[in-house]
Design a protein around this ligand. Structure first.
Ligand SMILES: C[S@@+](CC[C@H](N)C(=O)[O-])C[C@H]1O[C@@H](n2cnc3c(N)ncnc32)[C@H](O)[C@@H]1O
Length: 398
């Protein structure tokens, strides 16, 4: 009679879950392509759905989720996201997850909570911000501006994994064309990453970068240039690229090497105190912002949202624009862009700059007509079909 031996091979899904909890490093290298994809998807979904998961878990806990130890909370969220969002069969989600908890007490708690969650589910009638897992204050602002229905469309869009696309600086890679630019391609699923010679980015970012390239001039300055997503589209004029972050400029340098940007010179510096005398034909300012236009690509950015953060970054943007405008030669153009949907960072910035600077006239951007508003670029998802971005430019009178 044959005796069956226990299967001692490590369970690959369990290994993927372990990686997410950072045991032995949180990278997914070494996992099969399928398990790495599973781990990355889970990592994304846990961040995206955090508020909804915590609300669902809280019903079965005696203490608020935030007061649990970090590992137990992470394990509970990993189980809950599989049950509530990914539709993993409850027994698999519970049994794979329980063993990840740190000690017998935590395992017992995780087991009990996940079993009740899978049996009893979530509350009905969750408020919009919980149902779609966004900060309440942000959702309230959006409802005030666009109404509940439109806000819900945006929240849904933010939670869906975005397509991966980019440009090849050579023949376009395989894939579907984009919505606005002929040479943009949405890559097929399973394309090995990074695809050689392709700069991965959303099409909206490329539209902004091309609009800057279309501004005439022989000398350019990019402030807030790293890691070079906009630099990648420049050329044909000497371009100084400055950023205050050494780490991000290191990535810019790697990209320069990879894409051979022989027109571009790197500089580390604070745009509020640039070590430059000015006189540039065109200056591009791609400011740090609240990222509310790109939450589907940077899901964690929603949890950094607060009114105070908006006010802080908005003040910085104003200072950077003020300084950048002084680096432009007479007849030259200053170009401002954000990946935010908030008026304080976009239209209100335009209003205050124009009120303070009668020596500048609005410079109409060359962008696809669907994204053009009064000479500016306005991409508002989900209607635009691409990330949320804003850009405006002004020419200094000669
Ligand atoms: C929106 S990102 C720029 C993205 C870049 N243009 C691209 O397309 O790859 C904003 C950048 O501003 C930089 N930054 C933040 N504060 C700055 C400052 N005071 N001066 C210069 N750069 C700053 C950040 O390091 C960050 O790289």
């Amino acid at each position: 009679m044959k005796t069956s031996r226990p299967d001692l091979r490590p369970d690959p899904r369990r290994a993927a879950l372990e990686r997410l909890l950072g045991r032995g490093g949180s990278s997914v290298s070494g996992l099969s392509q399928r398990d790495a994809a599973f781990a990355l998807r889970l990592r994304r979904e846990v961040v995206v759905w955090r508020a909804r998961l915590d609300r669902a878990l809280a019903r079965f806990l005696r203490q608020p989720p935030g007061s649990l130890d970090r590992r137990t909370l992470e394990v509970l969220r990993l189980g809950a996201v599989q049950i509530l969002v990914l539709g993993t069969p409850a027994h698999a989600a519970v049994s794979e997850t329980v063993g990840l908890a740190g000690n017998p007490g935590a395992r017992k708690l995780v087991n009990a909570v996940l079993r009740r969650l899978s049996a009893e589910g979530e509350e009905d009638d969750l408020p919009l911000h919980v149902r779609w897992s966004h900060p309440e204050e942000l959702v309230r602002r959006w409802i005030g501006r666009r109404g509940s229905e439109e806000t819900e469309r945006l929240l849904r869009w933010n939670n869906e994994p975005p397509p991966l696309g980019g440009f090849a600086f050579g023949p376009p890679p395989d894939g579907e064309p984009g919505l606005y630019l002929e040479d943009y391609r949405i890559l097929r699923r399973g394309t090995p990453l990074p695809p050689p010679g392709v700069f991965l980015q959303d099409e909206a970012a490329a539209v902004v970068a091309r609009a800057f390239r279309a501004v005439p001039g022989g000398t350019a300055l990019e402030v807030c240039a790293a890691p070079g997503g906009k630099t990648a589209h420049q050329g044909g004029c000497l371009t100084v690229c400055m950023d205050s972050s050494v780490g991000r400029m290191r990535r810019w340098l790697e990209n320069r090497e990879r894409f051979r940007w022989n027109f571009a010179l790197p500089l580390v510096g604070d745009g509020r105190f640039p070590p430059l005398r000015g006189g540039f034909d065109k200056v591009f300012l791609d400011v740090p912002c609240t990222n509310t236009g790109v939450l589907r690509r940077r899901p964690g950015a929603r949890w950094a949202w607060s009114l105070e953060a908006l006010m802080r970054v908005s003040k910085l943007q104003g200072e950077l624009l003020e300084r950048a405008s002084r680096l432009v030669a007479p007849g030259g153009v200053v170009f401002y862009s954000t990946c935010s949907l908030e008026p304080e960072e976009n239209r209100e910035r335009v209003r205050s700059f124009e009120a303070a600077h009668p020596e500048f006239d609005r410079f109409p951007l060359k962008v696809p007509p669907q994204l053009e508003r009064e000479g500016m670029m306005v991409s508002e998802p989900p209607d635009s079909g691409v990330d949320g971005m804003f850009a405006a430019a002004w020419r200094r009178r000669g």
